[in-house]
Design a protein around this ligand. Sequence first.
Ligand code: CA
Length: 570
Amino acid sequence: MKVIDKKRTLLFIGLILFLTGCIPGAALTQTAGVTDEVTLVTQENPSSSPIPLSMLSEEGVDYPWWNDSVFYEIFVRSFKDSDGDGIGDFQGIIQQLDYLNDGDPNTHDDLGIRGIWLMPIFPSPSYHGYDVTDYFDVNPEYGTMDDFKQLLTEAHKRGIYIIVDLVINHSSNQHPWFKAALDPESEYHDWYVWSDSKLSYPGPWGQGVWHRASNGLYYYGVFWSGMPDLNFDNPAVSDMMLEASRFWLEDVGIDGFRVDAARYLYAEGVAQADTSKTLGWFREWRPFYKAINPEAFSVGEVWTDLRSTTKYGGGDGLDALFIFDLSEDILNAVFAPNPTRITESYLDTLAAFPDLQFSTFLTNHDQQRTMSFYQGRTDKAKMAAFIYLTGPGVPFIYYGEEIGMTGNKPDEKLRTPMQWSSEKYADFSSKFPWIMVNLDYKDVNVSIQAEDPDSLLNLYRTLIAIRNEHAALRTGAYLPLESNSKSIYATLRVSPGEILLVLVNLGKDSLSDCQLSLAESPLRGSYEIEAIFGEGNFESINVNATGAITQYTIAESLDSGEMLILNLGR
Ligand code: CA
């Protein structure tokens, strides 16, 4: 990857010039440079186009590596136990890397992911690790630093990048810094936020945020008394967190960070989220870590509405942001079919992040698992997977989602052991695990689903393989199609290299005489259709001189849940 920000802007401008044409008024049909399959046409009046031209990306544009990657979120404690102590570990992940990606793009019996997000791996007194006691080591329950470096090496061999959870808003109350800070005379006292009295204002979600310490003072902790917030107003704290990021990137060799609780670094009294100082810190952090590794990736947990999330991106903050609004829209609009809610949510997200620097997901380790949300409806889980794995943004799969693992709150139950087979303890461990395996593991596991061509796992494998092979799905423009049915989700994904049509019937009923229309587009002329995924007899699509598609019959009938990915070529 090269530093993309300015260069990409120039390429966008170049593409806009290409699309708008150098010959005034000419309705020329030009062939895109990469391949002669795709034809985009000059727009006589580009301002009338419903498509922001900046959304059209060009194959070969220097998108960073993460835009070409599907990520997989792993809770180390629950993924695979290599040494029989009931706790997942680094060597266990190494054993299972070929399941994630065997490094050979020609095999499709692996998942095909190209990035791993490891939930916290630093020493911590809790099972989850979000309260850190040492920012410069690994949790001994997960292995040694050498084990971790071996995992990095083995992952990199297979083309898998690894990012780790960076939890810097707060430490553990068991961290030596906090223990020392209890003494008001200690140099560490000012590393945390103190008050002589319990202040009355609540936290961002109504919780108590001032906690009594053993020294009689009160300290600020936005999440929990076990997680005292660090005082970023103290330059020593900020400098220490820069040093921690340098250590992991430079000395250890990871590929980036998932930034936990990014909204809360600086509280300014009752203003506790999204303060200007917090935004400013990330703008200083970016050049710092990019100087260490220009290809390092940061993705932020900014768990709020889309508009507030945008403040953290924009090319001078975090590289990418998780879009919680979009995931909620996809989940709900698949549950109670509402394709328009999905397309509008994608368009809103693209308008906020036209550079595609956002991350998509269904659920993560803090949320009810997807299969539980859908009450065991595999067909719904498949549709939701189809939508985000064929959509723009950088997808993140939560471990076990691909086999339909279930999980409802409390949090531990969202983070149970990975279900590898019907063997004892689901083949996660040879010993009773740190938490009980889901009761359904004999029916829901990797081993069974690997053999079933119709399984959720094999759908994930297939969709990721298609995404890996087709740049239009990863970075192409997103042009929703109109349909004569309220159940059909259909969109074009267009890059100058290729045009794909993505469609799924979200409804519970079969549909007949399914038609698609589009008022305006940069396409012109006639396109032959070739199925990449799904089956049917497809007539060629005719696009008129203004780029409209009118009542094109895509299928005489479509089953409930039927999915298509079609290539439009000459
Ligand atoms: Ca272990």
